[in-house]
Design a protein around this ligand. Structure first.
Ligand SMILES: NC(=O)c1ccc[n+]([C@@H]2O[C@H](COP(=O)([O-])OP(=O)(O)OC[C@H]3O[C@@H](n4cnc5c(N)ncnc54)[C@H](OP(=O)(O)O)[C@@H]3O)[C@@H](O)[C@H]2O)c1
Length: 237
């Protein structure tokens, strides 16, 4: 798109307002591994904001039990059905099961907007530390395994404890959103913005996902020292 000056001459292309985000309220969100703390927390918050949510699990009955517990119109299904029926699919399984889960769902995830929130971390006596995935990051591994999906990365820095605490009205945090295609990262930013207090901020291409995933090791150190559930804010944007 170009704009014109007063004389009608074409000038520089119009800059798109980065906060002009699409309406995602009608999209179905699936959560693979949605029976765990992070998946449940995200499912709860998104459903509470009015989003249609399907919890996925390796076992349909576990997904159903989690969905029944949370209410809010959330449904449960096995991971494959969850992926098939969803427009946006959040990957919330442990790093250990990441590659195998995605490999097995390649077909169901074809064409879908995939949002990876997996943090490859190790733990020892000194606390949490970042692992170094062969592909660079969990998100890049997802992109390599899912060539027919639109892979993005987001929701790494959230506290599952806060997400699941029904007494908390607003989740005071920014969500760093990474991906290769602006239309896709815009959708994920918009999704994050559905949750009161939360804001999605574009934070680069997937090749920069490693730092974002790794930063969780630092947040865990913060949480341990200050007995907190730390989040992040990007200032001046
Ligand atoms: N917890 C947090 O605060 C937090 C915050 C940000 C990001 N994350 C990321 O979110 C992901 C999930 O975290 P979580 O704490 O919710 O983990 P979790 O409870 O250990 O696992 C989530 C779910 O994944 C499924 N699962 C377990 N092992 C699996 C395997 N080997 N293969 C496939 N599925 C498996 C299980 O569901 P079924 O048995 O029902 O299939 C489980 O309920 C992690 O990658 C983590 O790095 C977590």
């Amino acid at each position: 798109m170009t704009s014109t000056d007063n004389a009608g001459n074409a000038s520089k292309p119009a800059v798109k307002d980065p906060w002009e985000l699409p309406d995602v309220s009608g999209l179905v969100v699936g959560v693979l591994g949605g029976t765990g703390d992070q998946g449940r927390g995200l499912a709860y918050r998104l459903a509470r904001a009015g989003q249609k949510v399907i919890i996925g699990s390796r076992a349909a009955e576990r997904a159903q039990a989690a969905a029944d517990e949370l209410g809010l119109g959330i449904e449960g299904a096995d991971n494959a059905e969850c992926a098939r029926r969803s427009d946006i699919v959040i990957v919330a399984v442990p790093w250990d099961g990441h590659a195998k889960t995605l490999e097995s769902l390649r077909e169901e995830l074809s064409g879908k907007l995939v949002v990876d929130c997996v943090n490859p971390l190790g733990f020892d006596k000194q606390g949490a530390y970042a692992l170094k995935p062969e592909e660079g990051s969990a998100a890049q591994q997802a992109a390599a395994l899912l060539p027919d999906s639109r892979v993005t990365a987001a929701f790494h820095h959230l506290s599952a404890v806060l997400l699941q605490d029904a007494s908390i009205e607003e989740i005071d945090t920014d969500v760093m959103v990474l991906g290769e295609v602006r239309a896709d990262t815009d959708l994920v930013q918009a999704l994050a913005g559905r949750i009161p207090g939360m804001r999605g901020v574009f934070a680069g291409r997937l090749r920069n996902a490693h730092q974002v995933e790794s930063l969780v090791a630092n947040l865990i150190s913060v949480n341990r020292r200050y007995k907190a559930h730390a989040g992040l804010r990007v200032t001046d944007v």
